[in-house]
Design a protein around this ligand. Structure first.
Ligand code: ADP
Length: 730
């Protein structure tokens, strides 16, 4: 801070150190008495020879009390020793200088109170002996202001530091509620109480980018954040004049603007003619502009301190305070922006994760790409299942396919080029693609037929891409793609084809004898002779028997097919009632034994009755199917045993149907209950069938809450096990 220098009019100025003429002495005397500071003339020993009126006022002594007293009388005793040394040293090398440079000096009043002083010393050489003139100024007020400024500065800086060290999660922070506008108002109030100024204003700049050398910064606009020190009407005027004003108009000098962009304060002397155009209050003459810059050096606003003095240079303390205010505000504004950004980011993430969760539950594969290189935005689990690999978000489609070794083929089996992929067509050409067939070859070598639909999206939905650094305003294409795994459909189609072939074949088989015998009957009916007529009756019998058998097979086949259809449509409804399963088994066995003379069927059970809640018709179908198979697949005949075992603990009955026939190859046992499933060994032997019987058995048993499984050894025979729940014995 500035030390006071003696001025030219001081009677003890070094420039006037020569002996004084009488007139000059007189003039000097008047100035001596009128000086605003206390002035004390001392001899070499530090005794006070003369003091002025201000000395009396300041220290509370009468002149007589001070006369011839050591100057130390005016200084607190703790400084005496040091002061005496200083004084002697000064007398040896006298020159005009402030005393105690770098020290806080104090004066001592008569009443014992102390006050801060600044002392300037000047040597005076008169005829007889040298003297020293000390001029003493009370700096209590100045010190108090300095202390307040320092305190405020350190408070501001402490706040700033606290803000810098905010916890990462701002949601839990105490200062998260600090709003830039509110804080700006509070800081402006603080600055205006501390500084002797007309008003303090805080302005924001809407452009945070430092212009290039060549570029004009005129496009930045100002708007007011806070102002303190104006009347309500003036404040309105100030805001109206400033809001939306160009930075270039507010600070017309490009050099000054450049300094502000660089972070340096600027003082505008509004009395300068070229600044005449600037809006200003009548009593406003000087304006201190302090830049508000964020960490990256971007200028985001100004702190304006306005003074009523003309051509005033803002003091160091004023500038420092304004700078600290600007720094703190910039920090808060930046922090606020980060908070808002983080909040938006969090909300977006939350939305995305909900969307992702919903999408993941969908059975259809869905993914979203953007950009001509089709970078992934999001994909659901079903899509990842289709590819058999995870496609990282942000990766272009081509990179993903290459790295994950996923290949995409057209329906004709040709590997598709990048450009012909439906996804790429949707983003690059904006085509809507519906039900496009592709075959995906996954990293593990398996292939999957898919149907793909791709819809180009309005790129405005996404706004500009940050990921690719695209300039704001430039939109990227995007597409939503839906994948459907159609392997189940294809399988169904294959089964349907197979079924049609099989049905045709199976229907033709019984038709051949039907037609043959019918033709023969017709032919014989036309014959004339008696022998021929007799022969006809015998042949008639055989033919009708064959026709009847073929018709039965046709009816059975048709019934089976109808049952399959009903089961698949979920329209098979059982009528379950208590029935004696044992009686049912015996009845079916008796019926089938008649048609199987080479087999010996035996039913074994330790019980008299086995009561179960069953749909009699469907259970009869199960039993006769199993028995029929036992006969059919043991072409060499042999025993067939049907065993019923009660398991009262588990409240169920187990039925076993055991034959000693050709058996089922191990490799085919697991799929033998499937629709149309038939083992190889029966095809080889030319034993006909549809592969529907066991499928129906399993479905019917399941509808009864039972279970069915088999044990079989090829060439040795097969045992089917069926369990059914019993009716609890009450
Ligand atoms: P179908 O007998 O009309 O072919 P099923 O569904 O009744 O159809 O049987 C499916 C297949 O299971 C048969 O084709 C046969 O390969 C095998 N199979 C069923 N029962 C036996 C059995 N008792 N012994 C050997 N193989 C059997």
């Amino acid at each position: 801070m500035g030390r006071r220098q003696t001025n030219g009019q001081d009677p003890a100025s070094p420039h006037q150190a020569a002996p004084l003429a009488v007139a000059e002495m007189l003039t000097a005397d008047i100035f001596f008495e009128l000086a605003p500071d206390a002035v004390v003339v001392c001899d070499e020993q530090g005794r006070m020879e003369r003091v002025n009126r201000q000395t009396e006022t300041l220290f509370g002594y009468a002149r007589a009390e001070l006369s011839d007293q050591p100057i130390e009388m005016l200084i607190p005793s703790r400084f005496h020793a040091r002061h005496t040394v200083h004084r002697q040293h000064y007398v040896a090398q006298p020159r005009a200088r402030p005393m105690g440079a770098g020290l806080e000096l104090y004066g001592l009043r008569k009443d014992g109170s102390e006050f801060p002083v600044e002392i300037s010393l000047s040597p005076v050489t008169t005829l007889d002996h040298p003297r020293v003139i000390a001029s003493i100024r009370d700096v209590s007020e100045q010190r108090a202001l300095e202390r307040r400024t320092r305190d405020s500065l350190s408070t501001l800086l402490a706040m700033a530091r606290a803000l810098i060290r905010l916890p990462r999660d701002a949601g839990q922070s105490d200062v998260s509620h600090v709003q830039p506008a509110g804080l700006a108002q509070r800081l402006a109030e603080l600055v205006s109480t501390l500084l002797d100024c007309r008003y303090v204003g805080i302005l924001r700049l809407d452009r945070a980018k430092q212009p290039d050398e060549a570029e004009t910064d005129g496009s930045a606009h100002l708007y007011s954040l806070a102002v303190v020190g104006l009347s309500h009407v003036q404040e309105q005027q100030w805001r109206t004049a400033l809001d939306g004003m160009m930075f270039e108009s507010y600070v017309p000098d490009p050099a000054q603007r450049a300094r502000l962009w660089r972070g340096e304060p600027v003082t505008l002397d509004l009395a300068q003619p070229h600044l005449n155009e600037l809006p200003r209050l009548a009593e406003e003459f000087t304006r201190l502009l302090v830049p508000m810059r964020v960490g990256s050096g971007q200028l985001i606003g100004l702190v304006v301190v306005s003074y009523t003095d003309s051509a005033r240079l803002a003091s160091q303390a004023d500038t420092e305070l304004a700078l600290a205010t600007a720094q703190l505000l910039a920090l808060v504004i930046e922090w606020d922006r980060l908070l808002a950004e983080r909040q938006t980011h969090r909300e977006t993430e939350a939305h995305l994760s909900i969307l992702q969760a919903v999408l993941d539950e969908l059975p259809t594969g869905i993914y979203l790409v953007r950009g001509y290189d089709a970078r992934l935005v999001l994909a659901n689990r079903a899509a990842a299942d289709v590819w058999g690999a995870g496609w990282p978000v942000g990766q272009p489609m081509m990179d993903f396919l290459d790295r994950a070794a996923v290949q995409i083929y057209g329906p004709d089996g040709h590997l598709l080029t990048h450009e012909s992929l439906a996804t790429v067509l949707a983003v690059s050409a904006g085509d809507t693609i519906r039900q496009h067939q592709e075959v995906i070859r996954r990293p593990d070598g398996t292939t999957l037929p898919i149907l793909l639909s791709a819809v180009p999206l309005d790129s405005k939905i996404f706004g500009a891409s940050e990921a690719s650094g695209t300039e704001i305003g430039q939109m990227e294409p995007a597409a939503l793609v839906v994948l459907q795994d159609v392997s189940a459909l294809k399988e169904a189609e294959r089964l349907k084809d197979e079924f049609v072939a099989l049905a045709a074949h199976e229907l033709r088989n019984p038709m051949a004898p039907l037609k043959g015998y019918a033709d023969m009957l017709l032919r014989k009916a036309g014959a004339e002779s008696r022998e021929q007529r007799a022969e006809l009756r015998e042949t008639e019998y055989e033919a009708v028997a064959a026709i009847s058998e073929a018709t039965t097979r046709l009816v059975e086949l048709t019934d089976d097919l109808l049952d399959v259809t009903r089961l698949q449509a979920g329209q098979m409804h059982l009528v379950r009632e208590p029935h004696d399963l044992l009686a049912l088994v015996r009845r079916v066995t008796r019926r089938l034994q008649v048609t199987a003379p080479h087999h010996d069927m035996r039913v074994r059970c330790d019980e008299a009755h086995v009561m179960a809640a069953i749909d009699q018709q469907r259970m009869e179908q199960v039993i006769s199917n199993l028995l029929h198979n036992a006969v059919k697949y043991s072409p060499d005949g042999g025993d067939i045993e049907i065993i019923l075992v009660m398991d009262r603990d588990r409240q169920q009955v187990e039925m076993r149907v055991q034959d000693h026939g050709i058996g089922i190859p191990v490799a085919e046992q697991s799929r033998i209950f499937g629709r149309f499933a038939r083992a190889d060994n029966v095809r080889v032997r030319g034993i006909t069938g549809t592969g529907l019987g066991l499928f129906l058995c399993r479905e019917f048993v399941k509808l009864h809450n039972g279970a069915i499984w088999l044990e079989s050894l090829e060439g040795h025979g097969t045992t089917f096990h069926v369990t059914l729940p019993l009716i609890p014995e009450s």
